[in-house]
Design a protein. Structure first.
Length: 361
């Protein structure tokens, strides 16, 4: 059986890091018979340059027909003066909306070889392996009414934090399902001591847990406490599920535990589609220099194998190959803290693909 992967390199370092991730997919095909077919299309600034649209129709068709989408990054100074709907970021927002990607998965895993990259003490972060599952298309970022008004001489602005039962139910299910593939623990984060919308959140998460996922451990935590616990004792968390606003903040906080932006993958998942991408941007400052770290994109392939292609065995292999390469001491420039020798983006991708082949022997 073949699986179809839509590959959207995008801008800046996007094409460089995606090329290395495709090498890894090629190795999975050769050694483990994955049967993946990759087809490339334009997005972001490249979409505007090539087709006059940051999310061209051809890309849209490919993404909708694919089993999963792999994206590099979009954006860069070249396109900053364009009208908003033509800017690269508009392409990203449109593909997320078009594919109804309501759940954002952001793992924060501390690699023991890179303990020094964090600003926290090694004994606090050693062994940290957290997955933040953030609701992506609802909550205060989209709630209505929203806007500005004038009350006498004073200007006011307002937003609405709103969730419906079905929105909470579907994200809760995604978090519990993800926990079953990990350590089987979910921490639901909200502010139910103050907000009605959080009271509803807590009720629905509890209900979904009792009815469908009683094998998974569930705890509830207020967001202020969660922000504190992430720094104080991050190892206590497995899966954190939360709404759009709290998730935006907590997923960035969790990712910084690891200290290395070039190592962090992500997934955006809907009922029928899913897109995988590194959390970082297009890094125009190093684009075209073969210096980017491709590991976040390669680890995004591992997430794709786990969450879309139902190959957790191969996801483990890719993660193991990355661990081995780090054990071998290979570091791209962003990770070569002690002034040690830095390898190129290409060399890092080659090394992971080679390690993967060795794991298959
Ligand atoms: P950035 O993540 O691109 O870069 C921040 C810093 O991290 C830079 O110094 C960069 O060199 C470094 N960096 C990032 N990824 C790296 C990697 N894989 N290896 C080594 N170093 C890496 O953020 P920015 O500079 O704020 O944004 C640059 C462009 O990217 C902007 O146009 C922005 O809109 C866009 N952006 C896109 C996405 C996305 O496509 N999802 C996300 C964030 C920013």
């Amino acid at each position: 059986m073949t699986v179809k992967i839509a590959v959207l390199p995008g801008d800046g370092i996007g094409p460089e890091i995606v090329r290395e991730a495709v090498k890894v997919i090629d190795a999975l095909n050769e050694v483990f018979g994955l049967g993946a077919e990759c087809e490339e299309a334009l997005i972001g600034g490249a979409g505007f340059d090539g087709a006059g649209d940051p999310y061209p129709e051809q890309t849209r068709r490919l993404a909708k027909a694919a089993d999963a989408v792999l994206l590099g990054a979009v954006g860069g100074p070249k396109w900053e003066s364009l009208d908003k709907p033509l800017r690269p970021e508009a392409g990203l927002l449109r593909i997320r909306e078009d594919l109804s990607l309501f759940a954002n998965y952001r793992p924060a895993k501390v690699h023991r070889q890179l303990l020094d990259a964090s600003t926290l003490k090694p004994e606090v972060i050693e062994g940290v392996d957290i997955l933040v599952v953030r609701e992506l298309v609802g909550g205060i970022y989209f709630g209505r009414p929203r806007g500005w008004e004038k009350d006498g001489r004073e200007r006011r602005a307002f937003n609405t934090m709103v969730y419906g039962e079905s929105e909470v139910r579907r994200i809760a299910r995604k978090a519990f399902e993800a926990a079953r593939l990990r350590q089987g623990r979910v921490c639901s984060v909200e502010k139910a001591n103050v907000l009605e919308v959080s009271e509803l959140w807590r009720q629905i998460v509890t209900e979904v847990h009792e009815r469908e996922f009683s094998d998974v451990a569930l705890e509830h935590m207020y967001v202020d406490n969660a922000a504190m616990q992430l720094i104080r004792h991050p190892r206590q968390f497995d899966v954190i599920v939360t709404g759009n606003l709290f998730g935006d903040i907590l997923s960035d906080e969790a990712s910084m535990l690891t200290g290395s932006i070039g190592m962090l993958p992500s997934a955006s998942i809907g009922e029928h589609h899913a897109m995988y991408e590194p959390i970082h941007g297009s890094a125009p400052d190093i684009a075209g220099q073969n210096r980017a770290n491709p590991l976040a994109t390669i680890l995004s392939v591992a997430m794709m194998l786990r969450y879309s292609l139902e190959r957790p065995d191969l996801a483990d292999k890719v993660e193991q190959a990355v661990e081995r390469v780090l054990d071998d001491g290979l570091r791209t420039a962003d990770l070569a803290f002690d002034g040690g020798h830095a390898v190129s983006c290409t060399a890092m991708g080659d090394a992971v693909a080679q390690r993967l082949r060795m794991l298959g022997e």
